[in-house]
Design a protein around this ligand. Structure first.
Ligand code: DLL
Length: 436
Protein backbone atom coordinates (compact mmCIF):
# COMPACT_ATOMS: atom_id res chain seq x y z
CA UNK A 1 0.00 0.00 0.00
CA UNK A 2 1.39 3.43 -0.87
CA UNK A 3 1.94 5.87 1.98
CA UNK A 4 -0.88 8.22 2.83
CA UNK A 5 0.16 11.50 4.40
CA UNK A 6 -1.91 14.23 5.94
CA UNK A 7 0.93 16.76 6.09
CA UNK A 8 3.62 15.25 3.90
CA UNK A 9 6.00 18.18 4.03
CA UNK A 10 6.26 18.14 7.84
CA UNK A 11 6.29 14.38 8.12
CA UNK A 12 9.18 13.92 5.69
CA UNK A 13 11.28 16.95 6.62
CA UNK A 14 15.04 16.22 6.78
CA UNK A 15 16.23 16.39 10.40
CA UNK A 16 18.14 19.72 10.26
CA UNK A 17 14.97 21.48 9.05
CA UNK A 18 12.85 19.75 11.66
CA UNK A 19 15.30 20.57 14.46
CA UNK A 20 15.41 24.21 13.53
CA UNK A 21 11.60 24.37 13.76
CA UNK A 22 11.72 22.54 17.09
CA UNK A 23 14.28 24.94 18.55
CA UNK A 24 12.32 28.05 17.57
CA UNK A 25 9.14 26.58 19.04
CA UNK A 26 10.92 25.48 22.20
CA UNK A 27 12.40 28.92 22.81
CA UNK A 28 9.01 30.56 22.38
CA UNK A 29 7.39 28.05 24.69
CA UNK A 30 9.96 28.38 27.48
CA UNK A 31 9.67 32.18 27.42
CA UNK A 32 5.89 31.92 27.54
CA UNK A 33 5.61 29.53 30.47
CA UNK A 34 8.33 31.39 32.38
CA UNK A 35 6.35 34.58 32.06
CA UNK A 36 2.89 33.17 32.66
CA UNK A 37 3.00 30.08 34.88
CA UNK A 38 4.28 30.55 38.39
CA UNK A 39 5.06 26.87 39.14
CA UNK A 40 7.31 26.71 36.05
CA UNK A 41 8.99 30.01 36.88
CA UNK A 42 9.70 28.89 40.45
CA UNK A 43 11.22 25.59 39.31
CA UNK A 44 13.36 27.25 36.66
CA UNK A 45 14.56 29.86 39.14
CA UNK A 46 15.46 27.12 41.60
CA UNK A 47 17.41 25.32 38.86
CA UNK A 48 19.14 28.59 37.91
CA UNK A 49 17.96 28.53 34.30
CA UNK A 50 16.36 31.34 32.31
CA UNK A 51 14.62 31.30 28.90
CA UNK A 52 17.74 32.95 27.39
CA UNK A 53 19.79 29.87 28.32
CA UNK A 54 17.95 27.79 25.70
CA UNK A 55 20.12 28.27 22.63
CA UNK A 56 20.13 24.70 21.27
CA UNK A 57 17.95 21.61 21.55
CA UNK A 58 20.57 20.10 23.86
CA UNK A 59 19.81 22.91 26.32
CA UNK A 60 16.46 21.25 26.94
CA UNK A 61 18.28 19.17 29.51
CA UNK A 62 18.90 22.25 31.63
CA UNK A 63 15.17 22.54 32.26
CA UNK A 64 13.55 20.86 35.27
CA UNK A 65 11.19 17.92 34.78
CA UNK A 66 7.44 18.20 35.25
CA UNK A 67 5.72 15.32 37.06
CA UNK A 68 2.13 14.36 37.75
CA UNK A 69 2.39 15.73 41.29
CA UNK A 70 3.11 19.22 39.89
CA UNK A 71 -0.24 19.04 38.14
CA UNK A 72 -1.97 17.70 41.23
CA UNK A 73 -0.43 20.38 43.44
CA UNK A 74 -1.86 23.03 41.12
CA UNK A 75 -5.22 21.29 40.66
CA UNK A 76 -7.38 22.04 38.76
CA UNK A 77 -6.24 24.91 36.52
CA UNK A 78 -3.04 26.26 38.12
CA UNK A 79 -0.73 25.24 35.26
CA UNK A 80 -2.77 26.84 32.47
CA UNK A 81 -1.03 29.66 30.58
CA UNK A 82 -4.19 31.41 29.45
CA UNK A 83 -7.14 32.90 31.29
CA UNK A 84 -10.20 30.66 31.59
CA UNK A 85 -11.93 32.87 29.04
CA UNK A 86 -9.70 31.45 26.34
CA UNK A 87 -10.19 27.84 27.39
CA UNK A 88 -12.88 26.16 25.30
CA UNK A 89 -12.61 22.63 26.66
CA UNK A 90 -11.22 20.62 29.57
CA UNK A 91 -10.50 16.91 29.86
CA UNK A 92 -9.26 14.92 32.83
CA UNK A 93 -7.45 11.67 33.37
CA UNK A 94 -8.65 9.68 36.32
CA UNK A 95 -5.53 7.89 37.50
CA UNK A 96 -5.82 5.30 40.20
CA UNK A 97 -5.03 7.45 43.20
CA UNK A 98 -5.51 11.04 44.23
CA UNK A 99 -7.09 13.88 42.32
CA UNK A 100 -7.47 13.65 38.55
CA UNK A 101 -5.21 15.61 36.24
CA UNK A 102 -7.10 18.37 34.46
CA UNK A 103 -5.99 19.57 31.04
CA UNK A 104 -7.31 22.55 29.05
CA UNK A 105 -7.48 23.56 25.40
CA UNK A 106 -7.90 26.86 23.56
CA UNK A 107 -9.72 26.96 20.24
CA UNK A 108 -6.33 26.80 18.50
CA UNK A 109 -5.35 23.78 20.59
CA UNK A 110 -8.50 21.96 19.51
CA UNK A 111 -7.53 22.73 15.90
CA UNK A 112 -3.95 21.53 16.43
CA UNK A 113 -5.19 18.34 18.03
CA UNK A 114 -7.69 17.64 15.25
CA UNK A 115 -4.89 18.12 12.70
CA UNK A 116 -2.66 15.72 14.63
CA UNK A 117 -5.38 13.10 14.89
CA UNK A 118 -6.14 13.46 11.16
CA UNK A 119 -2.43 12.90 10.58
CA UNK A 120 -2.46 9.87 12.85
CA UNK A 121 -5.49 8.33 11.17
CA UNK A 122 -3.97 8.86 7.72
CA UNK A 123 -0.71 7.33 8.99
CA UNK A 124 -2.75 4.25 9.96
CA UNK A 125 -4.25 4.07 6.48
CA UNK A 126 -7.59 5.83 7.01
CA UNK A 127 -8.90 8.11 4.26
CA UNK A 128 -11.74 10.47 3.53
CA UNK A 129 -13.76 7.58 2.15
CA UNK A 130 -13.75 5.65 5.44
CA UNK A 131 -16.59 4.95 7.83
CA UNK A 132 -14.89 5.45 11.20
CA UNK A 133 -16.44 3.54 14.09
CA UNK A 134 -15.21 5.47 17.11
CA UNK A 135 -15.59 3.27 20.19
CA UNK A 136 -13.21 5.27 22.38
CA UNK A 137 -15.12 6.65 25.35
CA UNK A 138 -16.56 10.16 24.95
CA UNK A 139 -16.36 12.30 28.06
CA UNK A 140 -13.55 13.47 30.28
CA UNK A 141 -11.33 10.78 28.70
CA UNK A 142 -9.52 12.30 25.69
CA UNK A 143 -9.97 9.23 23.45
CA UNK A 144 -13.50 9.78 22.14
CA UNK A 145 -13.56 13.49 21.33
CA UNK A 146 -9.88 13.57 20.29
CA UNK A 147 -10.37 10.87 17.68
CA UNK A 148 -13.74 12.30 16.67
CA UNK A 149 -12.42 15.73 15.67
CA UNK A 150 -9.50 14.14 13.82
CA UNK A 151 -11.70 11.82 11.80
CA UNK A 152 -13.97 14.74 10.86
CA UNK A 153 -10.97 16.82 9.87
CA UNK A 154 -9.79 13.96 7.67
CA UNK A 155 -13.16 14.13 5.99
CA UNK A 156 -14.16 10.59 6.95
CA UNK A 157 -17.63 9.75 8.25
CA UNK A 158 -17.56 9.35 12.03
CA UNK A 159 -19.87 7.10 13.99
CA UNK A 160 -19.60 8.53 17.54
CA UNK A 161 -20.61 5.30 19.20
CA UNK A 162 -18.36 5.54 22.34
CA UNK A 163 -17.73 2.49 24.57
CA UNK A 164 -20.33 -0.01 25.76
CA UNK A 165 -23.65 -1.34 24.46
CA UNK A 166 -21.58 -3.89 22.61
CA UNK A 167 -24.28 -5.83 20.76
CA UNK A 168 -25.69 -2.65 19.33
CA UNK A 169 -22.20 -1.67 18.16
CA UNK A 170 -21.99 -4.84 16.11
CA UNK A 171 -25.34 -4.21 14.47
CA UNK A 172 -24.16 -0.69 13.65
CA UNK A 173 -20.96 -2.05 12.12
CA UNK A 174 -22.99 -4.39 9.97
CA UNK A 175 -25.62 -1.86 8.93
CA UNK A 176 -23.40 1.20 8.45
CA UNK A 177 -20.46 -0.68 6.93
CA UNK A 178 -17.77 0.51 9.40
CA UNK A 179 -14.33 0.24 7.78
CA UNK A 180 -12.05 1.63 10.51
CA UNK A 181 -12.43 0.66 14.16
CA UNK A 182 -11.09 2.93 16.90
CA UNK A 183 -11.03 1.42 20.39
CA UNK A 184 -8.83 0.12 23.13
CA UNK A 185 -7.38 -3.30 22.22
CA UNK A 186 -9.23 -4.89 25.15
CA UNK A 187 -12.54 -3.48 23.93
CA UNK A 188 -11.75 -4.74 20.41
CA UNK A 189 -11.49 -8.24 21.90
CA UNK A 190 -14.75 -7.73 23.72
CA UNK A 191 -16.37 -6.77 20.39
CA UNK A 192 -14.87 -9.84 18.70
CA UNK A 193 -16.16 -12.13 21.38
CA UNK A 194 -19.64 -10.61 21.30
CA UNK A 195 -19.67 -10.99 17.52
CA UNK A 196 -18.89 -14.64 17.90
CA UNK A 197 -21.71 -15.10 20.41
CA UNK A 198 -24.11 -13.38 17.98
CA UNK A 199 -22.97 -15.63 15.14
CA UNK A 200 -21.52 -12.71 13.14
CA UNK A 201 -18.51 -13.77 11.07
CA UNK A 202 -15.74 -11.13 10.92
CA UNK A 203 -15.55 -11.61 7.14
CA UNK A 204 -19.14 -10.42 6.88
CA UNK A 205 -18.12 -6.97 8.18
CA UNK A 206 -16.27 -4.31 6.17
CA UNK A 207 -13.56 -3.59 8.79
CA UNK A 208 -10.14 -3.01 7.24
CA UNK A 209 -8.04 -1.31 9.91
CA UNK A 210 -8.20 -1.14 13.70
CA UNK A 211 -6.46 1.80 15.41
CA UNK A 212 -5.95 0.63 18.94
CA UNK A 213 -4.31 2.32 21.91
CA UNK A 214 -4.71 3.89 25.36
CA UNK A 215 -3.32 0.79 27.09
CA UNK A 216 -0.40 -1.61 26.59
CA UNK A 217 -0.98 -4.59 24.30
CA UNK A 218 1.44 -7.29 23.29
CA UNK A 219 2.41 -8.45 19.79
CA UNK A 220 0.58 -11.71 20.45
CA UNK A 221 -2.52 -9.70 21.28
CA UNK A 222 -2.14 -7.89 17.96
CA UNK A 223 -2.22 -11.21 16.08
CA UNK A 224 -5.20 -12.35 18.08
CA UNK A 225 -7.25 -9.21 17.40
CA UNK A 226 -6.28 -9.20 13.71
CA UNK A 227 -7.41 -12.80 13.35
CA UNK A 228 -10.61 -12.36 15.31
CA UNK A 229 -11.70 -9.13 13.60
CA UNK A 230 -10.21 -9.72 10.15
CA UNK A 231 -8.39 -6.37 9.99
CA UNK A 232 -4.91 -4.86 10.26
CA UNK A 233 -4.28 -3.61 13.79
CA UNK A 234 -2.09 -0.54 14.33
CA UNK A 235 -0.99 1.15 17.51
CA UNK A 236 -1.77 4.72 18.54
CA UNK A 237 -0.22 6.44 21.55
CA UNK A 238 -1.00 9.53 23.53
CA UNK A 239 -1.68 10.89 26.98
CA UNK A 240 -3.94 13.62 28.29
CA UNK A 241 -1.15 15.71 29.78
CA UNK A 242 0.56 15.96 26.39
CA UNK A 243 -2.62 16.42 24.30
CA UNK A 244 -4.54 13.10 24.24
CA UNK A 245 -4.41 10.54 21.42
CA UNK A 246 -2.29 11.60 18.44
CA UNK A 247 1.14 12.01 20.02
CA UNK A 248 2.55 9.04 18.09
CA UNK A 249 1.18 6.62 15.55
CA UNK A 250 2.32 3.45 13.88
CA UNK A 251 2.29 3.43 10.08
CA UNK A 252 1.31 0.42 8.03
CA UNK A 253 4.94 -0.24 7.01
CA UNK A 254 6.68 0.02 10.36
CA UNK A 255 8.02 -2.95 12.19
CA UNK A 256 9.61 -0.67 14.74
CA UNK A 257 7.08 1.36 16.62
CA UNK A 258 5.16 4.57 16.26
CA UNK A 259 6.10 7.86 14.59
CA UNK A 260 6.24 10.65 17.14
CA UNK A 261 4.82 13.87 15.72
CA UNK A 262 8.01 15.69 16.54
CA UNK A 263 7.12 19.07 15.11
CA UNK A 264 4.65 19.26 18.03
CA UNK A 265 6.19 17.03 20.71
CA UNK A 266 9.84 16.75 21.62
CA UNK A 267 10.59 13.28 23.02
CA UNK A 268 13.46 12.21 25.28
CA UNK A 269 14.33 8.94 26.97
CA UNK A 270 15.73 9.15 30.47
CA UNK A 271 16.96 6.77 33.11
CA UNK A 272 13.95 6.74 35.45
CA UNK A 273 16.16 6.36 38.50
CA UNK A 274 18.70 9.10 37.86
CA UNK A 275 16.83 11.37 35.45
CA UNK A 276 19.85 11.29 33.15
CA UNK A 277 19.14 11.48 29.37
CA UNK A 278 19.85 8.21 27.54
CA UNK A 279 21.32 7.90 24.02
CA UNK A 280 19.13 6.92 21.03
CA UNK A 281 18.10 3.27 21.05
CA UNK A 282 18.31 2.81 24.83
CA UNK A 283 15.29 1.82 26.82
CA UNK A 284 14.00 4.09 29.55
CA UNK A 285 11.23 6.48 30.57
CA UNK A 286 9.65 8.60 27.90
CA UNK A 287 9.59 12.36 28.52
CA UNK A 288 7.73 14.89 26.37
CA UNK A 289 7.86 18.64 25.86
CA UNK A 290 4.94 20.10 23.92
CA UNK A 291 6.02 22.62 21.29
CA UNK A 292 2.78 24.11 20.00
CA UNK A 293 0.14 23.88 22.71
CA UNK A 294 -1.29 27.15 24.03
CA UNK A 295 -3.46 26.53 27.10
CA UNK A 296 -1.60 23.72 28.77
CA UNK A 297 1.93 23.19 27.50
CA UNK A 298 4.21 20.84 29.40
CA UNK A 299 7.96 20.98 29.74
CA UNK A 300 9.84 17.69 30.10
CA UNK A 301 6.77 15.83 31.33
CA UNK A 302 7.68 12.44 32.76
CA UNK A 303 5.19 9.96 31.33
CA UNK A 304 6.35 6.88 33.31
CA UNK A 305 5.90 4.95 30.04
CA UNK A 306 8.81 2.74 29.05
CA UNK A 307 10.03 2.86 25.47
CA UNK A 308 13.02 3.65 23.27
CA UNK A 309 13.55 5.90 20.24
CA UNK A 310 14.69 4.88 16.75
CA UNK A 311 15.97 7.65 14.51
CA UNK A 312 16.40 5.75 11.21
CA UNK A 313 14.06 6.89 8.44
CA UNK A 314 11.15 4.50 8.08
CA UNK A 315 10.42 2.86 4.74
CA UNK A 316 7.11 4.75 4.68
CA UNK A 317 9.21 7.86 4.01
CA UNK A 318 8.49 9.62 7.29
CA UNK A 319 11.59 11.09 8.91
CA UNK A 320 9.83 11.37 12.28
CA UNK A 321 11.50 9.39 15.05
CA UNK A 322 9.77 6.17 16.08
CA UNK A 323 9.03 5.10 19.65
CA UNK A 324 8.94 1.43 20.49
CA UNK A 325 5.57 -0.05 21.45
CA UNK A 326 4.99 0.78 25.10
CA UNK A 327 5.06 -2.45 27.02
CA UNK A 328 4.70 -1.03 30.49
CA UNK A 329 5.00 1.88 32.86
CA UNK A 330 7.49 2.41 35.62
CA UNK A 331 4.56 2.34 38.06
CA UNK A 332 3.00 -0.77 36.44
CA UNK A 333 6.01 -2.87 37.11
CA UNK A 334 5.37 -5.52 39.70
CA UNK A 335 8.26 -6.64 41.80
CA UNK A 336 7.59 -10.24 42.67
CA UNK A 337 10.18 -11.64 45.03
CA UNK A 338 12.80 -9.39 43.47
CA UNK A 339 11.86 -10.11 39.84
CA UNK A 340 10.50 -7.26 37.68
CA UNK A 341 7.30 -8.29 35.93
CA UNK A 342 5.18 -6.27 33.49
CA UNK A 343 1.58 -7.34 32.90
CA UNK A 344 2.16 -7.17 29.13
CA UNK A 345 4.87 -9.87 29.44
CA UNK A 346 2.36 -12.14 31.14
CA UNK A 347 -0.12 -11.32 28.37
CA UNK A 348 2.45 -12.20 25.71
CA UNK A 349 2.89 -15.66 27.27
CA UNK A 350 -0.82 -16.33 27.79
CA UNK A 351 -1.95 -15.26 24.34
CA UNK A 352 0.58 -17.68 22.84
CA UNK A 353 -0.93 -20.71 24.61
CA UNK A 354 -3.57 -22.71 22.80
CA UNK A 355 -6.72 -23.37 24.81
CA UNK A 356 -6.67 -20.13 26.78
CA UNK A 357 -8.51 -16.95 25.92
CA UNK A 358 -6.85 -13.51 25.98
CA UNK A 359 -8.81 -12.53 29.09
CA UNK A 360 -6.73 -12.49 32.23
CA UNK A 361 -6.07 -10.75 35.48
CA UNK A 362 -3.04 -10.72 37.74
CA UNK A 363 -3.59 -10.75 41.47
CA UNK A 364 -0.74 -9.95 43.80
CA UNK A 365 -0.91 -10.67 47.51
CA UNK A 366 1.50 -10.87 50.37
CA UNK A 367 1.64 -13.91 52.62
CA UNK A 368 3.92 -13.04 55.53
CA UNK A 369 6.90 -11.53 53.76
CA UNK A 370 6.37 -13.42 50.52
CA UNK A 371 4.79 -11.92 47.38
CA UNK A 372 2.36 -14.29 45.72
CA UNK A 373 1.34 -13.64 42.12
CA UNK A 374 -1.73 -15.46 40.83
CA UNK A 375 -2.56 -15.36 37.15
CA UNK A 376 -6.23 -15.94 36.48
CA UNK A 377 -6.93 -16.79 32.89
CA UNK A 378 -10.00 -17.95 31.05
CA UNK A 379 -9.95 -21.21 29.17
CA UNK A 380 -11.78 -21.67 25.90
CA UNK A 381 -15.15 -23.41 25.85
CA UNK A 382 -13.73 -26.54 24.21
CA UNK A 383 -10.98 -27.04 26.80
CA UNK A 384 -13.32 -26.26 29.63
CA UNK A 385 -15.62 -29.10 28.73
CA UNK A 386 -12.64 -31.48 28.48
CA UNK A 387 -11.42 -33.78 31.22
CA UNK A 388 -9.76 -32.50 34.37
CA UNK A 389 -6.48 -33.97 33.15
CA UNK A 390 -6.27 -31.49 30.29
CA UNK A 391 -6.90 -28.59 32.61
CA UNK A 392 -4.12 -29.77 34.88
CA UNK A 393 -1.73 -30.03 31.94
CA UNK A 394 -2.67 -26.57 30.79
CA UNK A 395 -2.07 -25.11 34.26
CA UNK A 396 1.37 -26.73 34.37
CA UNK A 397 2.25 -25.51 30.88
CA UNK A 398 1.37 -21.88 31.68
CA UNK A 399 3.18 -21.98 35.03
CA UNK A 400 6.26 -23.36 33.29
CA UNK A 401 6.16 -20.85 30.41
CA UNK A 402 5.86 -17.91 32.80
CA UNK A 403 8.74 -19.26 34.88
CA UNK A 404 10.91 -19.85 31.77
CA UNK A 405 10.19 -16.55 30.07
CA UNK A 406 9.74 -14.16 33.00
CA UNK A 407 11.80 -15.95 35.62
CA UNK A 408 9.09 -15.82 38.24
CA UNK A 409 7.09 -18.55 39.91
CA UNK A 410 3.38 -17.86 40.00
CA UNK A 411 0.13 -19.62 40.69
CA UNK A 412 -2.10 -20.16 37.67
CA UNK A 413 -5.84 -20.39 38.08
CA UNK A 414 -7.92 -21.39 35.08
CA UNK A 415 -11.35 -19.83 35.24
CA UNK A 416 -14.62 -20.38 33.38
CA UNK A 417 -15.19 -18.78 30.03
CA UNK A 418 -16.43 -15.18 30.53
CA UNK A 419 -15.57 -15.16 34.26
CA UNK A 420 -13.29 -12.14 33.94
CA UNK A 421 -14.98 -8.80 33.62
CA UNK A 422 -14.90 -7.38 30.08
CA UNK A 423 -13.58 -3.90 29.44
CA UNK A 424 -15.43 -1.07 27.74
CA UNK A 425 -12.35 1.14 27.80
CA UNK A 426 -9.05 0.43 29.48
CA UNK A 427 -8.83 -3.06 30.99
CA UNK A 428 -7.82 -3.53 34.61
CA UNK A 429 -5.15 -6.19 34.39
CA UNK A 430 -3.67 -6.05 37.88
CA UNK A 431 -5.20 -6.21 41.33
CA UNK A 432 -2.42 -5.51 43.76
CA UNK A 433 -3.81 -6.40 47.17
CA UNK A 434 -0.52 -5.39 48.80
CA UNK A 435 -1.54 -1.76 48.21
CA UNK A 436 -5.11 -2.01 49.46
O1 DLL B 1 -5.08 7.03 26.91
C1 DLL B 1 -5.03 8.84 25.34
C2 DLL B 1 -5.33 7.90 24.22
C3 DLL B 1 -6.64 7.72 23.84
C4 DLL B 1 -4.31 7.25 23.55
C5 DLL B 1 -6.94 6.86 22.77
C6 DLL B 1 -4.58 6.41 22.49
C7 DLL B 1 -5.89 6.22 22.11
P1 DLL B 1 -4.69 8.88 29.25
O2 DLL B 1 -6.00 8.39 29.68
O3 DLL B 1 -4.16 10.13 29.84
O4 DLL B 1 -4.69 9.15 27.70
O5 DLL B 1 -3.66 7.71 29.48
C8 DLL B 1 -2.33 7.83 29.03
O6 DLL B 1 -2.17 5.45 28.65
O7 DLL B 1 0.71 7.30 29.64
C9 DLL B 1 0.17 5.12 28.65
O8 DLL B 1 0.52 4.58 29.91
C10 DLL B 1 -1.17 4.54 28.21
N1 DLL B 1 -1.20 4.43 26.74
C11 DLL B 1 -1.75 5.27 25.87
N2 DLL B 1 -1.59 4.81 24.60
C12 DLL B 1 -0.89 3.64 24.70
C13 DLL B 1 -0.40 2.67 23.79
C14 DLL B 1 -4.96 8.22 26.70
N3 DLL B 1 -0.61 2.76 22.48
C15 DLL B 1 -1.56 6.56 29.32
N4 DLL B 1 0.29 1.62 24.29
C16 DLL B 1 -0.16 6.60 28.78
C17 DLL B 1 0.52 1.49 25.60
C18 DLL B 1 -0.63 3.41 26.08
N5 DLL B 1 0.06 2.35 26.52
Amino acid sequence: MSTIYWEEEMETLPRPGLESIQLKRLQKLVARVYERVEPYRKKMDAAGVTPQDITSLADLQKLPFTVKDDLRDNYPFGMFTTSMEDIVRVHASSGTTGKPTVVGYTQNDIGTWAGLMARALACGGATKGDMVHNAYGYGLFTGGLGAHYGAEKLGATVIPVSGGNTKRQITIMQDFGSTVLLSTPSYALNLAETMESMGVAPESLSLRVGIFGAEPWSENMREEVEKKLNLQAVDIYGLSEVIGPGVAMECLNSSKGMHVFEDHFLPEIINPETGEALPPGEKGELVFTTLTKEAFPVIRYRTKDISRLYYETCNCGRTLVRMEKVTGRTDDMLIIRGVNVFPSQVEHVLVGVEGVEPHYQIIVEREGTLDIMTVEVEVSDSIFSDEIKNLEQLTKRITRDIKDILGVTCKVKLVNPRAIQRSEGKAQRVIDKRKI
